[in-house]
Design a protein around this ligand. Structure first.
Ligand code: 8YV
Length: 312
């Protein structure tokens, strides 16, 4: 079989399945490519990729016979697809199988933020419930207005869930969708103005960088909450931190950040922020499905069949 290489922080189950199927060399990150011999690099025709380190032209040039980069994840902003195109390298991702989990965590984080579930849990555990009585009142979530910034597959699943919370659904997308009863906004600032909550569900990459801008954050306002399950790059993080610190934004619930996992420590000092360690797709069931889809794409490539989920 042609050689497969695996790069990234694959867990034990993912590693075992990759080894069973393709017996790849396993590298921790793209920088480790430098440690391979020329013969090892030349043998590689498919790459199983996981993680958020950049994979660009320089790394692709170290693998002159590479035909496929199979990404573990729906977002492939770490991979330079233009550079892959120039070299005739196909790229695949793992769409759809993670929609439910990511939508679940977006809704869960919103509830955690508005119902102050972390602080309320501490209140009970620390004895304050017994000593001081009932927890201070927080905010009602059902029936409010939510803006979904990016109505792709995951954005739509989030909207469907929040519709069941009797919310008024507003959204921004590149074009208006067939969504009776939901309100389209061509401008993210107008979306934020209309919304109590803004859920960022954009794809990552240069086109969406800082899309949730300082103006969008300001328009959401002092009672507003920003939820981000997409990529840290989609939100102007400096403006977000300033707005949270000076109270011009009410709160945030974030699964993604710039510079993960070395996130800005200012987030830890803000009680109005729910912080999650980029675990949107992180269930055993979904990660197994993502890993299988990645392997199926590699198997299809090696046997000359059509790729299941190509992105280029
Ligand atoms: C990551 C994700 O793939 O699918 C995505 O785009 O962000 C995640 O599911 C996961 O963190 C593994 O790197």
């Amino acid at each position: 079989m042609p050689a497969t290489l695996a790069i990234g922080p694959f867990n034990d189950a993912e590693t075992a399945a990759l080894k069973d199927t393709f017996d790849p060399q396993m590298l921790a990150n793209p920088a480790a490519l430098d440690g391979l011999s020329a013969a090892e690099r030349e043998a590689v025709t498919a790459l199983a990729y996981k993680g958020h380190h950049g994979l660009g032209a320089a790394q692709m040039d170290l693998l002159p016979n590479l035909g496929l980069i199979a990404n573990f994840g729906v977002g492939y902003d770490a991979i330079d697809v233009a550079a892959a195109n120039e070299r005739g390298i196909k790229v695949t991702n793992t769409p759809d199988v993670l929609n439910d989990d990511v939508a679940d965590i977006a809704v869960g984080m919103l509830l955690m933020q508005q119902r102050q579930m972390i602080q309320a849990s501490d209140w009970a555990r620390s004895g304050q419930w017994k000593a001081k009585g009932e927890y201070p009142l927080n905010r009602k979530v059902s029936g409010r207005t939510v803006g979904i910034l990016g109505l792709g597959r995951i954005g739509r699943d989030i909207a469907d869930r929040l519709a069941a919370f009797k919310m008024d659904i507003h959204y921004f997308a590149r074009s208006e969708k067939d969504t009776p009863g939901w309100t389209y906004h061509a401008d993210p600032v107008s979306l934020a103005q209309a919304s109590d909550y803004l859920v960022v569900a954009l794809v990552g990459g240069p086109e969406t960088e800082n899309f949730a801008s300082a103006e969008v954050i300001e328009a959401l306002g002092p009672e507003g909450v920003l939820v981000n399950i997409s990529r840290g790059s989609t939100v102007d993080e400096a403006a977000l931190l300033d707005a949270l610190e000076n109270g011009t934004l009410g709160g945030a619930a974030l699964d993604v950040f710039l510079n993960e996992p070395n996130i800005d420590p200012r987030f830890y000092d803000l009680p109005s922020v729910v912080v999650q360690p980029h675990q949107g797709s992180g269930t055993k069931e979904t990660r197994a499905a993502m890993a299988k889809l990645q392997r199926d794409n590699i198997a299809a490539h090696h046997s000359g069949e059509a790729l299941l989920t190509p992105v280029n």
